[in-house]
Design a protein around this ligand. Sequence first.
Ligand code: F3S
Length: 283
Amino acid sequence: MEIRLAKTAGFCFGVKRAVDTVYEQAEQARGPIYTYGPIVHNEQVVRELEEKGVRVLEGKEALESLGEGTVIIRAHGVGKDVYELLERQNISYVDATCPFVKKIHRIVERESARGREILIAGNPVHPEVEGIRGWCQGPVTVLESLEEARKFTSSFQKTYCLVAQTTFNYNKFKDLVEIISEKGYDILVLNTICSATEERQTEAKRIASEVDAMIVIGGRSSSNTQKLFEICKKECANTYYIQKLVDLDIKTASSIRSVGITAGASTPNKIIEEVQFYVRNEF
Ligand code: F3S
């Protein structure tokens, strides 16, 4: 059995930085440690951190009723209102927002202050997009599909700034930009897709097109893992989406001679190694 493990599989720079921050804080903790939302879309990591006393806070209400402790802001980032709330409540916090996401916050804050309406290519309910939205001073439109981009119309003469969720599919972004550009608006387009995602997607696509079966590892709610799966499935019908090793149920047909493995940005190395070890030894 030939195994092709993607070099870009697993934690990206921003997620590794955020997870390391939580472990460090948990080690030195003098009071309770909280993460604002799960630190990564990975149940195993969250559970392991829970065992170290790190609790997950969901929503602003949870912050409002917090009396003590330190809150860690995860790589996805949050809107300006959350920082204001933390400061108002005098809650100490550590900001582990990925610098690439922070950069988008700064762009939309600046461009919306200059009067541009912000367009975000992304998933409207994803926390990263909610966070970006929270730095805009004027109206914001989130475009998730090409259909939405086609239907988008400006009601009156306006200027726009288009950014992307860091994990947005690069090819889809290019198509979306083309559709929006044809409308002839004054639009500033900034490709804010993170190169970690792009590289992971390109590598996954290449490997999937060359193997008999492809395994994509990552949390069910991880948007970048879902996209990796979509990309791989197009290249290789035999693509499996698993969260951890026990989910793996490859139909071991004798025609499978090569297996590719990739993983989303929130998948710990430990799980990737387990899957690789299993495939190597059990097939
Ligand atoms: Fe940051 Fe890119 Fe990861 S934006 S969190 S390094 S996918």
